[in-house]
Write a protein of this length. Structure first.
Length: 267
């Protein structure tokens, strides 16, 4: 499923706290002034630039620290992907893995990606301030698209929370059922997993390309998983030992040294 969003449709979903943090604004008056400028910029961008989303719901089940993802069965059979995940190893952790939130026999999992028009990162080179303003707004729009998409998934597309009634404050505080862990975030630190998600979704449909490190271009892009289990919650993998690195490399089918580069800051 591919969706296109107008900027004015996403504006209510923007989490301005992260925008202020990016500008390092702590004074409420400065925050108010900069937000007013940002909203004027959004008004000028509206209709000229867009945000995009990809989503697909897959049948899935867990096998220890892996999630097995399958296409909907057809007469031609079904494709099967293994999504290897990492488990907390530190002694003071709960030893969680995202696969713990997927049923070992039969379940579903959502895969998503959101992005913006590349022009938001390339069309404002002449003015350094405007370039930074638009880039930070592009980041917020990609995140807002993920927020809006997740709401539509919960209430309609997947439909596991059809009667949900949350304020924007509730959504930004993650008071909804389920989670949407994003690639590169604490529970999914390996950006090379983007290559697996790309196989599943074909990121090029919305203009995303991957670098050799698995980073997404445009930079203002988000990708990840959607899990519906009410008990699912966010956590950090923390530090990874050599034994887990070797096991993870084996499950990914990649050399240990390749994955060491992706996970260097977590070893």
């Amino acid at each position: 499923m591919k969706l296109t969003y107008e900027i004015h449709d996403l504006q209510p979903y923007i989490n301005w706290a992260y925008f202020y943090h990016a500008w390092q604004l702590r004074n409420p008056e400065q925050q108010q002034q900069t937000r007013a400028e940002a909203e004027q910029t959004l008004a000028r961008l509206d209709g000229k630039y867009h945000a995009y989303a990809l989503f697909q719901l897959f049948e899935a089940h867990s096998e220890e620290d892996d999630v097995i993802v399958e296409d909907t069965p057809s007469k031609q059979g079904s494709n099967r992907w293994v999504l290897p995940l990492l488990r907390q190893q530190e002694t003071d952790s709960d030893h969680l893995c995202l696969s713990d939130f997927v049923h070992p026999q039969h379940d579903h999992i959502g895969i998503f990606a959101t992005t913006v028009d590349l022009g938001l990162e390339t069309d404002f080179e002449q003015d350094a301030y405007q370039k930074m303003m638009v880039q930070l707004l592009a980041d917020r729009l990609a995140e807002a698209a993920a927020e809006k998409l997740h709401e539509e998934v919960r209430k309609n597309i997947w439909g596991y929370a059809p009667n949900e009634h949350l304020t924007m404050e509730d959504m930004h505080a993650e008071r909804f059922q389920g989670i949407r862990p994003a690639i590169g975030y604490p529970s999914l630190p390996d950006t090379s997993l983007n290559f697996v998600l790309d196989e599943l979704l074909q990121f090029k449909q919305i203009g995303i390309r991957l670098t050799e490190s698995g980073a997404m271009k445009p930079h203002a892009s988000v990708s990840g998983l959607m899990i519906a289990l009410p008990a699912a919650h966010y956590f950090s993998i923390g530090k990874i030992g050599e034994d887990q690195l070797r096991d993870y490399a084996h499950r990914r089918g990649l050399p240990v040294e390749t994955l060491r580069k992706f996970l260097l800051t977590h070893l």
